[in-house]
Design a protein. Structure first.
Length: 148
């Protein structure tokens, strides 16, 4: 178990190296790990130019993940999605992704399935306290929070 914990910390540290720190020494791996353990993305905000670049990609993709607050926020978002036939989709967490999000944090990937193909992979960055995504990923509609 100690080995797995060590591997996880090394993985978090590797996410930090591409997180876009200030480059001035003490935006260290420990700082990044501490932020993520508090449920915060290593990079809280993107610049306007970075945000424009992220928005060029479909919501829910690796390049533009859905932002959520923790595992509960991930599940709440997915439960609000609606398939083209109006039903709630089935979803299951497939795992985490090695590539960091634009915010420098680990992403989870969910397989989301409706009655009719295709299945969709939805990437979610859960390190955004207080954030509730109101837009649906492509191929779905979404109900407002509290209406599901």
């Amino acid at each position: 178990m100690k080995f797995l914990s060590g591997v996880f910390l090394v993985f978090l540290a590797s996410c930090a190296s591409s997180g876009g720190g200030s480059g001035g020494g003490k935006s260290s791996d420990e700082d990044v790990i501490a932020r993520m353990l508090r449920g915060q993305a290593p990079r809280g905000q993107l610049s306007a130019a970075e945000r424009t670049e992220v928005e060029k990609h479909p919501l829910g993709s690796v390049q533009n993940p859905v932002l959520a607050q923790g595992p509960a926020g991930e599940n709440e978002y997915l439960a609000r999605l609606r398939c083209p036939e109006g039903k709630q989709p089935f979803f299951e967490r497939s795992g985490s992704v090695a590539e960091p999000s634009p915010y420098g944090s680990i992403m989870d990937v969910y397989e989301v399935v409706c009655d009719a193909p295709p299945k969709h992979d939805v990437f979610i960055d859960m390190y955004h306290p207080g954030y509730v995504e109101l837009r649906a990923v492509p191929g779905f509609t979404i109900v407002a929070p509290g209406e599901n």
